[in-house]
Design a protein around this ligand. Structure first.
Ligand code: ZN
Ligand code: ZN
Length: 103
């Protein structure tokens, strides 16, 4: 299995399998269709896993990726946080890195 687009053989829904890392997951498990109960493929490798998302979610992620700023200090992708002054971008390296940006 590899990262990319596929079509469910049961319901015909277009899906995207994105590679994600689960460092401590050695249990084989199935990756299922986002729209029906069809098993698309089995994931058995310990260090590689796949997240199945719909076309809609994929497009949403793309938009999000393009609008996510990087931390100036550690170059990590920043995450949206909700604080007392409203939404702001925070560094995922918090509390070691305290860099924030206005949303
Ligand atoms: Zn399906
Ligand atoms: Zn940072």
């Amino acid at each position: 299995m590899h990262e990319g687009w596929g079509v469910c053989s049961k319901c015909g829904v277009k899906y995207f399998s994105e590679k994600v890392k689960y460092p401590c997951n050695d249990i084989p498990h199935e990756a299922g269709c986002p729209a029906c109960d069809n098993t698309l493929f089995w994931v058995s490798r310990g260090t590689e896993d796949y997240n199945i998302i719909t076309e809609e979610q994929f497009n949403k992620n793309q938009r999000f990726e393009n609008s996510t700023p990087l931390c100036t200090y550690c170059r990590r992708k920043m995450v949206l946080r909700n604080g007392s002054r409203g939404m702001f971008w925070g560094c995922p390296g918090h509390p070691n890195c305290t860099y924030t940006r206005d949303y």
